[in-house]
Write a protein that binds this ligand. Sequence first.
Ligand code: SF4
Length: 266
Amino acid sequence: MASLPLLAALLIKGAAAPDAKKLRRLMRTMLSGLKVNSLGGLAHEIDTCSKCPRLREHCQQVAQTKRRAYLDWDYWGKPVPSFGSPSARLLIVGLAPGAHGANRTGRMFTGDSSGDFLYSALHAAGFASQPTSVSRNDGLLLQDAYITAAAHCAPPGNKPTPAELATCREFLTREVRLLPEVRVAVVLGRIAHENYLRAAGLRPSDYPFGHGRQHALPAMTLLCSYHPSQQNTSTRKLTREMLLDVFREARRLIHFSGTLASGNSV
Ligand code: SF4
């Protein structure tokens, strides 16, 4: 990447002997170099990523066929970027966008029953400005929280392959580094749990998953929760109160900025 002083020198030189193409190319190179080190740049990279052809094809196919209830929607139909505050102290990691939820609306956990469940709890715990999440333009803001996922493309049957998860983990790894204020990570489900730990450079087997379990990690706490999938919520494996307890605990831990010993339950 060209450094700023070098670019300035080249611009001055270019002013004397203009080579617009060359300068534009240099500007692009410099800006793309800046992007990779920012959450905004990462969002752009995710948005345009096509590393998993099977998933990209599935997202597009769902976007074309649509669900009857959403025939008048122009589906997003591509990777869904993360959502939230760059200075968040709470990080939430999901599995992947829902086919007719985030893959339709273009925002994490937006437009399906999982999102209804999650945002209702986040709002009650003070992490979201409203309890509902229906579209990218519904005015919802996250407060001190940031939501990402193990995979950013909707997978067939809600099951990304291990290879697809490993490919998408690069984004999660970089997000973890770009969110220095995080004090608590809530992982929604076993896959999110494993992928978050790998992205943080840790061994999942050292931090067993279980709803309500919490583990002390370097400078932060990991909180485990079942995923608010329709299957889990309709069978009451995960109730609203259970999820709310997790976020209340996250709030408490953030407040004290403490880390607890492994194996405790909320
Ligand atoms: S799942 Fe992740 S790595 Fe794969 S295409 Fe989507 S954004 Fe890219």
